[in-house]
Design a protein around this ligand. Structure first.
Ligand SMILES: Nc1ncnc2c1ncn2[C@@H]1O[C@H](COP(=O)(O)OP(=O)(O)OP(=O)(O)O)[C@@H](O)[C@H]1O
Length: 243
């Protein structure tokens, strides 16, 4: 399997008559943090939706763990070991913290495995353990972010896709989130991260892709992209990047 978990090849996706992604190829490797960067509206969330089978693929292929998952139903894709933590850290507000977490393990039948995962999540987030019976809708923004990540982990994913975890969080929680993402990445669980927070994202990422105008404008190791003027160009235009 060449160490790649996810391979997106020449992907074209759009809405109506316009293509948002016009031939995008990205890969996410085992045991690594891979990031997708790009200005607002370039199609990062659209790419994630396509990976999860939520928008139709017009051209190209998506492979996960050696299977061609292009066109598969979302539940079948998730069962292969992909988990998404949606933008805005959405949780089920009228359910308890514990029930939210249990919802993440809905594909697992073994009570022993569910209990072990729950124990791991509670150990990672003692705050959630303390608040296990509280309605999720009453959690703070940072706690809600922990809960949505915890719920994603309950499915024991091979690849965790995290869409803008820092959105709306205070700087302290943003820092905490990045620390956590680094900690979560391991041999059994790789991470695909979509973020606006370029500097911190490149500090934690092994590899990154910058999407601009429907294609991958630049790619490379986190280190290489950190020093790249092209990253600035993709976000702010050449003029701003020169300053
Ligand atoms: N359901 C839809 N119907 C029509 N256009 C859509 C739809 N969803 C997204 N778009 C458009 O597709 C483009 C890409 O949107 P997308 O949400 O993928 O961008 P993004 O890179 O994730 O942006 P952001 O960083 O702001 O979240 C935008 O121009 C958006 O308006």
């Amino acid at each position: 399997m060449n160490g790649q978990l996810l391979e997106v090849e020449d992907l074209v996706v759009g809405y109506g008559s316009a293509n948002v992604l016009d031939g995008v190829s990205v890969r996410a490797g085992e045991g690594r943090i891979t990031c997708l960067l790009g200005a607002n509206g370039v199609g990062k969330s659209t790419l994630i939706k396509a990976i999860f089978g939520l928008v139709p693929v017009r051209r190209g292929r998506i492979r996960f763990r050696g299977h061609d998952i292009t066109g598969w139903d979302t539940h079948r894709i998730v069962a292969q070991g992909l988990a998404a933590i949606p933008e805005g850290n959405r949780v089920f507000p009228r359910m308890s913290v514990l029930d939210n977490l249990m919802a993440g393990a809905y594909l697992e039948r073994s009570p022993a495995k569910i209990a072990a995962r729950l124990e791991r999540v509670m150990a990672l987030f003692p705050r959630l353990a303390e608040r296990r019976n509280q309605f999720a809708g009453t959690l703070s923004g940072g706690e809600r972010s922990m809960l949505s990540i915890g719920r994603g982990l309950m499915s024991n994913p091979r690849l965790l896709v995290i869409d803008e975890p820092s959105l709306g969080l205070s700087p302290l929680f943003v820092k905490e989130n990045f620390r956590l993402i680094r900690e979560l990445c391991c041999d059994d669980c790789a991470i695909l991260l979509v973020e606006q927070n370029v500097k911190q994202t490149l500090e934690v990422s092994h590899y990154g892709y910058v999407i601009s105008q429907g294609i991958v404008a630049v790619e490379g190791t986190g280190e290489r992209l950190r020093g790249s003027a092209e990253v600035g160009n993709a976000y702010f235009g050449a003029e701003a990047a020169a300053h």
